[in-house]
Design a protein around this ligand. Structure first.
Ligand code: NAD
Length: 369
């Protein structure tokens, strides 16, 4: 089977980090581990410059034809003044919406070698492995009515609407329960059922889904504000957290920072089983370091690993890449963002090369065994 992967490097450091992910893809192809056929396209500012819109219909059509999309990052000061509806980030919202990517998966994993990079005490974050599943296409970011209206008396009013249906809640809940079964078998569902009707519905619908299909998984409900506190107090109590678009946006950023480095955090956005998945690092386009060889490519490479696991059904290759990352970090190979005393600083491409060397070494050991 040949897998089709669309590569959308985007802006800023996007092209640099993507080059390193492409090295890994070439290595996998050359090794005959898997056959990945790639196409390239533009998104964000790069697409605005070329087509006048942050995501063209042709690019989106190619996304639909692919098994998965690997995206770098979008945005930057160059496009700060473009019209709001065609800003670079609108390309991201559009591709997520058009591909029906309703579940956003963000692991917060603390690598042993980076335990000191967290602002929390090492004993709190050591071994941490949380997966946040955020609803991505509904809720207050999309609900109607929305807008800013002039009240005519010198006052204006801004409106957004939080709205969820049972179907939207249960399809993301199902993703969380399924993933929990393959991990620690526990789901924490977060909302504000105490003050929001949409939260009350969320709690009821997750509970009935659990009763009907997932009684073997431990389910706990938590108010989102308490979850924000518990993530700092005792993060290892969590396995899978499932929550809505708004709370998920905030809680996943908070969980991400437990790991200490934005350059290490991958993400996946999934729709119905078998549809195109989108994989991207959590960080942005980092214009402050773009073009300087300082960007950490590991978040993008770990996103590729998620793609292998979830879209190409090759968890074995994903683990191979994740193990190689663990090893080179243990050996002290570091880009500037994760540099620590006693380690060796390397560049964006140096990190990609170190990973290939490590994959080669593991491959030779496996052959010898
Ligand atoms: P950012 O994530 O780009 O950068 C925040 C800080 O982290 C910067 O100091 C940056 O140098 C550093 N950083 C980020 N990724 C890194 C990496 N791989 N290696 C080393 N250091 C890294 O966030 P920002 O500065 O708030 O936003 C910059 C631009 O990116 C804005 O235009 C914003 O809208 C956009 N953005 C895009 C996405 C996305 O494409 N998904 C997400 C967030 C922000």
């Amino acid at each position: 089977m040949t897998y089709k992967l669309q590569i959308l490097p985007g802006d800023g450091i996007g092209p640099e980090i993507m080059t390193e992910a492409e090295k890994i893809i070439s290595w996998l192809n050359a090794n005959k581990d898997i056959e990945i056929q790639t196409t390239r396209g533009l998104i964000g500012g790069a697409a605005i410059d070329e087509y006048g819109v942050p995501l063209s219909d042709e690019t989106l059509e190619e996304s639909r034809k692919s098994h998965a999309v690997l995206l770098g990052a979008v945005g930057g000061p160059k496009w700060a003044d473009v019209e709001y509806t065609i800003r670079p980030e609108a390309g991201l919202l559009k591709i997520r919406k058009e591909l029906g990517l309703f579940a956003n998966l963000r692991p917060a994993l603390v690598f042993d070698a980076l335990v000191d990079a967290s602002t929390l005490k090492p004993e709190i974050v050591k071994g941490l492995d949380i997966l946040i599943v955020r609803e991505l296409t509904g809720g207050v970011y999309f609900g109607q009515p929305r807008g800013i209206e002039d009240l005519g008396n010198g006052q204006r009013r801004g409106v957004n609407t939080q709205v969820y249906t049972t179907e939207e809640i249960q399809r993301v809940g199902r993703v969380a329960f399924e993933l929990a079964r393959k991990r620690g078998n526990k789901v924490t569902s977060c909302e504000k059922a105490n003050v929001m009707e949409s939260g009350k519905l969320w709690r009821e619908d997750i509970t009935s889904l659990h009763q009907a299909e997932y009684k073997d998984v431990t389910l706990e409900h938590m108010y989102a504000d308490n979850c924000a506190m518990q993530l700092l107090r005792n993060p290892s109590q969590f396995d899978v957290i499932v929550t809505d678009n708004l709370f998920g946006d905030i809680l996943s950023d908070e969980a991400a920072m437990l790991t200490g480095s934005l350059g290490m955090l991958p993400s996946a956005s999934l729709g119905q089983p078998g549809s195109t998945g989108l994989y991207e690092p959590v960080h942005g386009s980092a214009p402050d370091i773009a073009g300087q060889g300082k960007a950490n490519p590991l978040a993008t490479i770990l996103s590729l690993a998620m793609c292998l696991r979830y879209s190409f059904n090759r968890g074995d290759l994903a683990s191979k890449i994740e193990d190689a990352v663990q090893t080179i970090l243990n050996d002290g190979t570091r880009t500037p963002d994760i540099m620590a005393p006693g380690c060796t600083q390397t560049s964006t491409s140096g990190m990609g090369d170190a990973l290939i060397t490590q994959l080669e070494k593991t491959g030779k050991k496996e052959q010898a065994a």
